[in-house]
Write a new protein. Structure first.
Length: 509
């Protein structure tokens, strides 16, 4: 009887909470005029359920088409359709929201660059390490990328000769992971050798991402759930713990090898025989020069960030570009013609070559526009004084964010055919000049915005710019599914479920 009474009381209190929240939102909330789904007015559960389904990027676009520039997705959470400079511009006073807490270890001393809500610490850390990610610095790693491309192309040739159908998404992941391994540790992880998920790294990252994305919607629960979940094999928290252990092991192995005198960097390419310093060596050198500002934790944190942010995003972008090229034969032919006109039929394209090929750059840009790697709003907290966005005033403490998918599919910016892959739109806007190109560039955000733009974006650019021409010039690809079956799962990164292809070598006899 006592249990029954308790259950009834709990149910009654829940109903009272729902009704009270709805009354508050409808009558007293400062942002009560902001439209959105009714369920989003009194609970985060509506938003949680939509994110959990894995297709919120499509839902988000539809919400803005239905309701306009500002849409409520949960109490105090407002999705916006434009890259507002007040929110995201350099010097913005809008810090990252609590959703990002799910992306870090619950311990206050364990932080990483991507989810850091401490704007001052983030700015100092970014300034300290951004030189490692500059394009001029990364170009020294071009031989590392070439080595991975050689292995990848050899695998594709084997598949072409055998007539084997492959999932290109998976093999792009293998390529991107091995490149990150080379750049960070001068050592491939070995994904490209057999296409295996080495030590379960891919699975660990996927589960960790799903956990972080969902728990971030209820961030106060993170500190209680994580210690339990990390002890459960196969859980997202356990996946994150595995990745942290993996990075720490790589750092310890390098340190021990140096102490034993056994560390010998391997030369790459056809230069003077010297091996470029990898990230780990550069970080270690920086620590020796300034141990107060570059600590052992900084070395660990930056190594972890490279793996978490550097592989899947590139694999997603490559998958998108190749999918849209395969389903746009005219674009494929036009790109192949440009590659051959630049004299690249018999030699490897350098990064410098790729920058001198306008249609290749338009193809890459349009692929990133059509399918940006991230698919949830980039939440920021409204500071004291509130903010006016469009017709709505949002009170301080609110979370406001733009989703790159919403920005990239804005027909007022990219035209009525914004949902069609058409690389020519970028050259047309450039030829027209003026405000249109400026607006398109302002809304283009595949790597984030403002001071929080992805630090590793040049790594991805380097990998894509060199690999795409090699695939297009060396192979004919046939998509092994109807165009309409291109499906994705969005748990922060919008990962294609599959991209089955068969290949034919163009130079085959």
């Amino acid at each position: 009887m006592h249990l029954q009474t308790t259950v009834l009381l709990a149910g009654f209190l829940f109903v009272c909470y729902v009704i009270g929240s709805l009354i508050w939102e409808l009558l007293f909330s400062a942002a009560r005029a902001v439209p959105g789904p009714l369920a989003s007015r009194f609970s985060r559960l509506w938003y949680f359920s939509k994110v959990r389904e894995g297709s919120f990027h499509h839902e988000n676009i539809a919400l803005h088409e239905r309701h306009g520039q500002v849409v409520r997705v949960a109490p105090g959470y407002f999705s916006i359709s434009t890259t507002d400079k007040t929110v995201y511009g350099i010097g913005s006073k809008f810090p990252k929201g609590d959703w990002y807490q799910g992306w870090k270890h619950p311990s206050p001393e364990r932080w990483t660059l991507f989810p850091d809500q401490n704007s001052k610490r983030h700015a100092e850390t970014r300034k300290r390490f951004q030189g490692l990610y500059s394009m001029s610095s990364l170009l020294s790693y071009e031989p590392y990328v070439d080595e991975c491309i050689d292995i990848f192309l050899d695998k594709l040739s084997q598949f072409a000769r055998s007539g084997t159908s492959i999932n290109l998404v998976h093999w792009f992941q293998c390529y991107a992971f091995d490149v990150i391994g080379e750049i960070t540790y001068s050592e491939r992880f070995g994904f490209l050798d057999n296409g295996d998920d080495v030590a379960g790294t891919m699975a660990a990252l996927e589960k960790s991402m799903t956990y972080s994305t969902l728990v971030g919607i209820f961030p106060k629960l993170h500190q209680y759930i994580y210690p339990v979940m990390e002890k459960i094999p196969g859980s997202g928290a356990a996946g994150r713990t595995y990745l942290m252990s993996f990075v720490q092991r790589k750092i310890s192995e390098r340190s021990q090898a140096k102490q034993d005198g056994a560390y010998r960097p391997q030369a790459r390419g056809s230069g003077d025989g010297a091996a470029p310093q990898d990230f780990l060596d550069k970080l270690s050198e920086a620590q020796q020069q300034n141990p107060d500002k570059v600590t052992p934790y900084h070395i660990f944190m930056m190594g972890l960030s490279n793996i978490i942010a550097g592989a899947d995003t590139t694999a997603i972008s490559l998958s998108s570009v190749l999918y849209y090229l395969m389903t746009s034969p005219q674009a494929w032919s036009k790109l192949r013609k440009e590659i051959e006109e630049h004299g690249l039929r018999e030699r490897r394209a350098t990064f410098k070559d790729s920058q001198e090929m306008p249609y290749l750059q338009a193809v890459l840009k349009e692929g990133l526009r059509m399918h940006p790697a991230t698919g949830l709003p980039l939440w920021r907290v409204v500071p004291q004084g509130g903010v006016q966005i469009g017709d709505h005033w949002l009170p301080p403490g609110s979370n406001v964010g733009v989703n790159s998918w919403v920005a990239h599919y804005d027909k007022k910016v990219y035209g009525e055919d914004a949902d069609i892959f058409r690389p020519e739109r970028w050259q047309e806007a450039k030829d027209a000049g003026g405000e249109r190109l400026k607006q398109m560039e302002a809304n283009f955000m595949p790597f984030g915005l403002g001071s929080r733009t992805c630090l590793g974006r040049h790594i991805s650019t380097l990998e894509m710019s060199k690999l795409v021409p090699e695939i297009v010039k060396n192979f004919d690809l046939t998509l092994g599914m109807p165009k309409e079956e291109w499906k994705t799962v969005n748990h922060w990164f919008v990962m294609p479920e599959k991209l089955p292809v068969t290949l034919h070598c163009r130079n085959a006899s």
